[in-house]
Design a protein around this ligand. Structure first.
Ligand code: SAM
Length: 252
C-alpha cells in the first residue's frame, strides 16, 4: 500500500490548522443540505482527518457519526479537539470496515480522500466497502478537488501546475495556504471524472450525478451572509470556476 502523507505528525497538524472555508461553503454545506433533506440517522465519514466535518455535522444534524481514518495522528487530533457524544472516531486498517454491519448506515461521505489514493484498485475496494455498509436507497457523497481545474489558483489552495495537462492518475502537487507565511505541500493524484463514475458503478451505485459548485452560484445577498458568517471575503477564481467536484450516488 502507498504511503499516506497524513500519517506524518507535521502534515496532520498543518492540515488541522488549514482554513477550510472554501471546502465548507462550496462542499460540506451542499452535503449538509442533502443530509438535511434525507435525515440519515447514522453517517459514515470515511477519511475523516482531524474531524472538522464530522463535528460540524454532529452539531447540526440529529445523527450518530462513525468517523474513520487510517492515520493514527488524525484520529488522535480528532479525539482530542473534536470529541462529541454522537461521534465515534475509529482507525480503519487496510480499507476494511468489518466493525460495521452490512446495511446499517444511512449516509456516507468521503471528502478529499480519493485524490490522496494512488491506486484505483484501492479506491474501488473502499467504494465497495462503503456500498456494503450502506442501507439500500441511501446516499454516498464524494467531494474532491476538481480535476478540470488543475493549475488554477483558488484563494486558499492550488492543485497542480498552471498549463500542465495531467494524465490519468498522475501525481500532482497541491499547495494549501495554512497561514500568510506557511504552505502545506501535498502530493495527490489526478483522477478524472471517469475514474469516479466507472468505479462508483462497479461498486454497485446507481443514479450517479456530479455538481461543480462555485461562488457565483450564490446571490449577492447569500454571499454577503457567507462572508459575515465565516469572516472571509478574499475570494479569487472560485467565483467563476468550481474548485471541487461533488458526486452523489445511491445504493440500489
Ligand atoms: C485531505 S484529508 C481530508 C480530511 C477530511 N475528510 C476533511 O474533509 O477535512 C484526507 C484524509 O483521508 C485519509 N485517508 C486517505 N486515504 C485513506 C484510506 N485509504 N483509508 C482511510 N483513510 C484515508 C487521510 O489519512 C487523511 O486524514
Amino acid at each position: 500500500m502507498t504511503k499516506n502523507l497524513f500519517k506524518n505528525e507535521k502534515v496532520a497538524d498543518q492540515f488541522n490548522q488549514y482554513n477550510d472555508v472554501l471546502e465548507q461553503v462550496l462542499g460540506y454545506d451542499s452535503i449538509m443540505s442533502v443530509f438535511n433533506q434525507y435525515k440519515p440517522r447514522k453517517i459514515l465519514d470515511y477519511g475523516c482527518g482531524p474531524g472538522k466535518v464530522s463535528l460540524r455535522f454532529a452539531e447540526q444534524l440529529p445523527c450518530d457519526i462513525i468517523a474513520v481514518d487510517e492515520s493514527q495522528k488524525m484520529i488522535d487530533i480528532a479525539k482530542k479537539e473534536r470529541k462529541h457524544r454522537h461521534i465515534n472516531y475509529k482507525i480503519v486498517k487496510n480499507d476494511n470496515l468489518d466493525f460495521i454491519k452490512s446495511g446499517s448506515i444511512d449516509g456516507a461521505i468521503a471528502s478529499y480522500v480519493f485524490i490522496n489514493n494512488e491506486s484505483e484498485q484501492r479506491i474501488l475496494a473502499i467504494m465497495m466497502e462503503i456500498y456494503r455498509v450502506l442501507k439500500p436507497k441511501s446516499r454516498f457523497l464524494v467531494l474532491d478537488t476538481n480535476p478540470n481545474a488543475t493549475g488554477i489558483p483558488f484563494s486558499t489552495f492550488q492543485n497542480g501546475i498552471p498549463g500542465k495537462k495531467y494524465n490519468y492518475g498522475e501525481k500532482r502537487v497541491e499547495t494549501l495556504t495554512v497561514s500568510e507565511n506557511e504552505n502545506l505541500i501535498l502530493h495527490d493524484f489526478n483522477w478524472p471524472n471517469d475514474m469516479y463514475e466507472n468505479n462508483l458503478k462497479r461498486a454497485g451505485f446507481s443514479e450517479i450525478s456530479v455538481s461543480y459548485p462555485k461562488l457565483n452560484d450564490f446571490t449577492q445577498d447569500q454571499i454577503a451572509r457567507i462572508e459575515n458568517k465565516y469572516h472571509y471575503n478574499t475570494w479569487s477564481n472560485e467565483k467563476s470556476v468550481s474548485p471541487f467536484i461533488l458526486y452523489q450516488a445511491i445504493k440500489k
